[in-house]
Design a protein around this ligand. Structure first.
Ligand code: DLL
Length: 433
């Protein structure tokens, strides 16, 4: 095994020998289950109905017998019915940016806020940030966990934060030029918008102070990383998370490696399961990520069904950490487009476009139905529309993704831009069957 790299924030956890890590996880999972059993009546009732008791968790493998928790459970007990701490101990709430149905509210006590700051600090450190650097934080502040969550982690690490939040692109560009931050955090689509802004102003990437970009909150293709790195002159890494489990900081990539995000496994237990059957899948196989929070006290969740499609990477890493890495999220199981029987994720289309080089990464997918036939129109921006280019894109999508699509070419700047929040890539006009 590679020796733990000195550039790891908390080697005592991130590099814990695997048998000790597994023992710690089992102990923490048991404590979480016991806490739910004692303090969250709906969760206890669910276990009782299934004939389960916390003592039935004797090994990590036993976890597979326990039920999943889904967004619907949080909605059914809206707003705070699954909280395991007394109301006066709560210190903050956030709400998930759910795109359909009622938002879900998540709650934190002081312990949870400490865990949150710690895992974000670890992620920022892995992403290249070091104490004393300045941090331009363009994740939205407010109910969304992105802004305040990364803010507290940055303070824990010792960064000077510019809490700019999302939107107001021209002001963001000014602030970056004036305050000279080394680190920026925002969605990948917004990083491209900022890069475009600097290009328009004639500021070359080499003249920017930025060195590291910490990108997340939405799926992105590997080619987008290259676009952000070239456009802002940074090393770009992924940060992943969701409000139900904590917010940003469930996992993060190492800037020196950029090959999968380290899941902070002493706090969050990852499983990959089959999207249809829920059966556990081995490391290396793609499926739905299911997460259990093991150290949360206000809102511990057991086997939370994230809906995110990814895999745990089986091969050894180059940083000496023992916690496992997850691959980039391909999409949410609910973003999956099934087009005439073929499965398509928007990120696959993004990869084809970026692979073509001369097409801008701003795109939108529109789904329609003519008669019984579903159609996918890919709206994109090109410097000069030509029938040749359109044919080329349609051919490449067919060859690489396996579906026939139509392209709708727009002038540069013709499609709506990210305002810093999560971008919706797909508009579905198909009537229900
Ligand atoms: O998006 C937390 C976050 C903020 C993560 C800032 C990273 C940076 P929610 O609003 O609850 O929380 O949305 C969670 O966003 O289930 C994924 O579908 C998606 N998501 C988050 N990070 C990534 C990522 C925040 N790095 C949902 N890659 C998750 C792909 C991501 N998808």
């Amino acid at each position: 095994m590679t020796a733990p790299h000195p550039d790891v924030f908390q080697p005592e956890f991130e590099c814990l020998p695997v048998p000790r890590l597994r023992a710690l996880q089992l102990e923490r999972l048991r404590a979480t289950l016991a806490r739910q059993w004692d303090r969250v009546p709906p969760m206890r009732a669910r276990l009782e109905e299934a004939g389960l008791h916390p003592d039935d968790l004797r090994t990590l493998e036993d976890l597979a017998a326990f039920p999943f928790t889904r967004k619907a459970d949080l909605r059914a007990h809206y707003p705070l019915g699954l909280v395991a701490a007394p109301r006066h101990e709560l210190r903050r709430v956030h709400a998930s940016s759910g795109t359909s149905g009622k938002a879900t509210v998540v709650a934190y006590d002081q312990n949870d806020l400490n865990v949150f700051a710690e895992v974000v600090a670890r992620s920022l450190y892995a992403a290249g940030a070091r104490p004393g650097m300045t941090f331009h934080n363009a994740y939205g502040y407010g109910l969304f966990t992105g802004g305040l969550g990364t803010h507290a982690g940055a303070e824990r690490l010792g960064l000077c934060t510019v809490p700019v939040s999302g939107g107001g692109t021209e002001r963001q560009l000014d602030l970056i030029l004036d305050l000279q931050p080394e680190v920026i955090a925002c969605t990948p689509s917004y990083a491209l918008v900022l890069a475009e802004g600097f290009r328009r102003r004639g500021v070359p990437p080499a003249d920017l102070s930025l060195r590291y970009a910490v990108l997340g909150a939405e799926p992105w293709a590997e080619k987008t990383r290259e676009g952000v790195q070239a456009g802002l002159g940074v090393t770009a890494t992924n940060i992943y998370g969701l409000s139900e489990i904590i917010g940003p900081g469930v996992s993060g990539e190492d800037a020196r490696e950029r090959r999968g995000s380290y899941v902070w496994e002493d706090h969050f237990y990852p499983e990959i399961v089959h999207p249809d059957t829920g059966a556990p899948l081995p490391d290396g196989e793609w499926g739905v990520l299911v997460l259990t929070s093991m150290t949360r006290t206000a809102l511990p969740l057991l086997r939370y069904w994230t809906g995110d499609i990814t895999r745990l990477l089986p091969e050894p890493n180059s940083t000496g950490r023992t916690v496992r890495r997850m691959d980039g999220v391909r999409g949410r199981s609910d973003d999956l487009i099934i087009l005439r029987g073929v499965n398509v994720y928007p990120t696959q289309l993004e990869a084809v476009l970026l692979g073509l080089g001369h097409v801008s990464p701003h795109y939108h997918v529109v789904l329609t139905r003519t008669g019984t036939l579903d159609e996918l129109t890919l709206q994109l921006e090109v410097p000069q529309a030509s029938a040749g280019l359109r044919d080329e894109i349609e051919r490449q999508v067919k060859a690489q993704v396996g579906v026939t699509i139509r392209c709708d070419l727009h002038e540069p700047g013709g499609l709506p831009r990210s305002e810093g929040g999560k971008l919706r890539r797909v508009t579905d006009h198909r009537p229900p069957r």
